[in-house]
Design a protein around this ligand. Structure first.
Ligand SMILES: [Zn+2]
Length: 260
């Protein structure tokens, strides 16, 4: 039985690599306004050549081609295999947490969407509505399968997460005259709230802000730019990271906080 579970973990890793390969497509196309579904094949971003299936095997093709396009020889970003491996690990972590159950699908979906958000936000400083929408709807659907969490918890989580961050964004704009937070972050918190509830949402905002502040200060300090005050970092990746921490360790965090 135990050996079988290791086999499932391995299968989950392979499945994660494949999903990661698809996430690379999403990360590239979605913010550029291109269709995620068609064309079904990928192009080299440098020369536009169609990439054959055997050159599109997660991680392996990258290694075989030594990180270069077969046609034009231009470098393929290390980002591609990195996202694939990261998604593979996310899939294993999801299965490790949930065991073989329907929960795996939702927990892995949550992690996969967070990976897409992270890299799109880094590249474009936006979080596509499509991702937040799929996330929020899936979180709501998931709540009907859960015993520890109802659809009311999901809706309250969404309202508190989005509402609280919207409040911060509003005051930021009003008193400092800076648009420090985008609506994408606010909508993302609605998605996050449907999975981890109101307490998880607040944790995500506070812990994400703390991480963002630390990295922001470090970044501004290390940055050679004259314009240190305006060193800008996307908030989405920090919210994503904090929400994933809560998804996995929420019970522990809660009992620390409430002294249980
Ligand atoms: Zn090429």
């Amino acid at each position: 039985m135990e050996n079988l579970f290791y086999f499932y973990l391995f299968a989950a890793f392979i499945f994660g690599l494949i999903v990661g390969s698809f996430l690379n497509v999403v990360i590239y196309r979605l913010p550029r306004g291109k269709s995620v579904a068609s064309p079904a094949f990928s192009f080299c971003p440098s020369c536009g050549q169609k990439i054959k299936w055997y050159d599109n095997i997660p991680v392996l093709s990258y290694l075989i081609l030594k990180g270069r396009c077969r046609h034009c020889g231009n470098r393929i970003g290390l980002r591609y295999p990195f996202v694939e491996i990261l998604t593979g690990i996310a899939s294993v972590a999801a299965l490790w947490k949930t065991g073989l159950s329907i929960d795996y699908i939702f927990v892995f979906l949550f992690l996969a969407l967070m990976i897409a958000i992270t890299f799109i936000d880094i590249d474009f400083k936006i979080i596509p509505d499509e991702i937040n929408f799929i996330g929020a709807v899936s979180g709501l659907i998931y709540s009907f399968f859960r015993t520890d969490f109802s659809w009311i918890d999901a809706l309250i989580g969404a309202a508190v997460g989005a509402g609280f961050l919207f409040g911060i964004a509003y005051f930021y704009l009003k008193f400092r005259g800076i648009e420090g937070l985008g609506m994408g972050d606010v909508k993302m918190m609605a998605f996050v709230g449907t999975y981890i509830g109101w307490f998880g949402s607040l944790f995500t905002i506070f812990f994400g802000s703390l991480l963002g502040a630390v990295v922001g200060i470090l970044g501004a300090y290390l940055s050679k730019s004259e314009d240190k005050g305006r060193f800008e970092i996307p908030f989405g990746p920090f919210l994503a990271f904090a929400s994933v921490i809560y998804l996995f360790f929420g019970e522990t965090i809660k009992s620390w906080y409430f002294g249980g």
